[in-house]
Design a protein around this ligand. Structure first.
Ligand SMILES: Cc1ncc(COP(=O)(O)O)c(C=O)c1O
Length: 246
């Protein structure tokens, strides 16, 4: 889109919004749609060729406008992140699909994404423990949770632990500034012996200070193994950055 078309389309968009407001009574007050309605209306894979502006606006009217803002945009986000997951050839477990437990959401910043993952892991771990030991209080469990990250990780990872009110331990790195399995395992075992509950590890791929990559092929299986903590596996977040571009 060149500057001239950008000017034209921008003005058309102002008209579109004004028309919407002027004629709002002709649209349904609340959509008569079921959750998941959008998935069947758009392709399951990302298009290989770009579409024209007219085609895109036609799709906005056909697919997005019949829904209320939040469900429609959330559904679009889920389907489009499946597109991205498929383009990256991620395993099926990362794809939302129609029944899946995977899928992605877009966060505003990398710091926010890290915080969300830590809070989600914290919530799941506490719930899991309460299922088997309902006598424990949430605050008692919270005081024992411990998260881990590389000593090279960005400060936002440590900040997520502060906001999430959990302990965070920095795992020492090797001569290439990368975390290895044995380093994390040692800390997890020490903490378990001290009665703490390891629940989260944030691996870094291309750390901000040194561009190092943690050894995730070794660390993934460690996090997955239930023996890693009393009840649950460590939840693994992979945070990537290279020279500040995330
Ligand atoms: C690895 C890593 N995580 C998090 C951040 C913070 O990113 P944001 O400003 O999007 O929260 C950066 C910023 O450079 C980063 O390199």
């Amino acid at each position: 889109m060149d500057a001239a078309e950008f000017r034209r389309r921008g003005k058309e968009m102002v008209d579109y919004v004004a028309d919407y407001l002027e004629n709002i009574e002709q649209r349904p007050v609340y959509p008569d749609l079921e959750p998941g309605y959008l998935r069947s209306l758009i392709p399951t894979e990302a298009p290989l060729e770009p579409e024209s502006y007219e085609e895109i606006m036609h799709d906005v009217e056909r697919v997005i406008m019949p829904g209320a803002a939040s469900p429609a945009c959330t559904e679009l986000e889920t389907v489009m992140l499946d597109w991205l997951g498929k383009m990256l050839h991620l395993p099926e477990s990362f794809i939302a699909g129609t029944h899946g437990h995977g899928g992605g959401v877009i966060q505003g910043t990398a710091s926010e994404a890290t915080l969300m993952s830590l809070l989600a892991a914290r919530c799941k771990t506490i719930r899991q423990i309460l299922v088997t030991d309902s006598k424990k209080s949430e605050s008692e469990i919270l005081s024992k949770l411990v998260a881990y990250t590389s000593d090279q990780a960005h400060s936002s990872v440590e900040r997520a632990a502060l906001i999430g009110a959990v302990m965070m331990r920095k795992v020492p790195t090797d001569e290439h500034y990368a975390v290895r399995e044995e380093m994390l395992r040692k800390m997890v075992e020490e903490d378990k012996a001290a009665g703490l509950i390891p629940f989260y590890f944030c691996a870094t791929l291309g750390t901000t200070p040194s561009c190092a990559f943690d050894h995730i092929m070794e660390l993934g299986p460690l996090c997955k193994s239930a023996s890693c903590s009393q009840l649950q596996s460590l939840r693994l977040l992979m945070a990537g950055s290279s020279d500040g571009s995330i």
